[in-house]
Design a protein around this ligand. Structure first.
Ligand code: ADP
Ligand code: TYD
Length: 213
């Protein structure tokens, strides 16, 4: 029997409304951690496992009407699989896990955006990951009109991206509310800044994360 002596890894999540700039920076953030000697698992939600990717396809592209609570349950179903198959094993191996979205997105989109009561999401969170929370969350914050301009022409809109600006205004407000409540964990990035300015801010954060691991 082999005994795992590696210290537990760190769990870092990227969040923000669609078009705020997560995808532009996430791979470089992972590479910067690798350059400092860390093994990095880069993953995403909904998705990250074969079953999760099937659920993602349904959640993002189905043309069938979906009740907001069905949407929330499917997000957490995909998450349960993701935690069991990818996140927990990698953290146990001592790796850095970077996920493009996690439960904060459910609080922002399904509660803020769609109106599912926060208490129901808290119950799902307790059921799905009672012990696990990100060590650090990077919240890319941008007003919906600027995010929509940035998304123009980038790709065909999915079920969420096709929503109106008032939906994204509620999602953004819910994210910022969570950032106030979890100020120790959630670092808000002013996504109005240039790509270079944000890259510099992230490099400073990489140093902090890498050195504390
Ligand atoms: P997200 O992953 O958050 O949906 P993306 O990273 O795909 O957003 O960015 C959406 C669009 O905005 C892309 O075309 C990207 O090149 C552009 N973009 C990203 N960051 C900035 C920035 N700081 N300033 C201007 N344009 C940006
Ligand atoms: P994302 O991967 O950021 O989309 P893209 O690759 O097109 O940039 O996220 C997919 C969508 O899923 C996004 O619109 C937000 C939504 N989402 C929720 O509504 N709730 C959740 O819990 C998660 C994880 C994502």
């Amino acid at each position: 029997m082999s005994i795992n002596t590696s210290p537990r890894g760190k769990f870092i999540t990227f969040e923000g409304i669609d078009g705020a700039g997560k995808s532009t920076h996430i791979a470089a953030f992972a590479d910067a951690l690798r350059a400092r000697g860390h093994v990095v698992t880069l993953t995403r939600e909904p998705g990250g496992t074969p079953l999760g990717e099937s659920l993602r396809d349904l959640l993002l592209h189905t043309r069938t009407a979906m009740h907001p609570e069905t949407e929330a349950l499917l997000m957490f179903a995909a998450r349960r699989e993701h935690i069991a198959q990818v996140i927990e094993p990698a953290l146990t191996r001592g790796e850095m896990v970077i996920s493009d979205r996690f439960s904060d997105a459910s609080f922002a989109y399904q509660s803020g955006g769609r109106g599912v009561p926060v208490e129901k999401l808290e119950q799902l969170e307790q059921w799905t990951h009672p012990q696990l929370q990100p060590d650090l969350t990077l919240l890319f914050d941008l007003p919906p009109d600027t995010a929509e301009q940035r998304r123009q022409g980038a790709r065909d809109a999915d079920r969420f991206e096709a929503e109106q600006q008032d939906f994204f205004a509620r999602v953004r407000a819910a994210y910022l509310d969570r950032a106030r409540k979890h100020a120790q964990r959630i670092h808000v990035i002013d996504a109005h800044q240039s790509i270079e300015q944000i890259r510099a801010e992230l490099e400073a954060l990489v140093a902090t994360v890498a050195d504390s691991a």
